[in-house]
Unconditional design. Structure first.
Length: 106
């Protein structure tokens, strides 16, 4: 019975930490770049695009496909960085709780 009580206590603590993390996600920002920094995409912690910066040298009517590819690449970079940061935050929240790999709690 004591083990069950400990598990319930840990679950409640985890729930509280998860709620705190959810509130922090809006404020979390991660930038991804492509084209040697000529295109930058900013995402928030929920993966929503909050900003796009394109160097003026890339804005050429005959090179639209290149610009589109750079925007997609910058977004992928930002998403990858955000996922890595969220993984680290999850490690700090879950501590020593045995969470199966790949299981998402948010």
């Amino acid at each position: 019975m004591k083990n069950f009580t400990n598990m319930m206590k840990q679950a409640q603590e985890l729930q509280g930490r998860m709620q705190q993390m959810q509130s922090e996600l809006d404020e979390l920002e991660c930038k991804g770049t492509s084209g040697a920094g000529l295109v930058t995409v900013t995402l928030n912690g929920k993966g929503e695009m909050k900003g796009l910066d394109i160097d003026a040298s890339l804005i050429k009517p005959d090179e639209v496909e290149i610009l589109e590819d750079l925007v997609v690449a910058a977004h992928a970079d930002a998403k990858s960085r955000m996922e890595a940061e969220l993984q680290e935050k999850m490690k700090s929240i879950t501590g020593d709780l045995p969470i199966p790999p790949g299981m998402k709690l948010f």
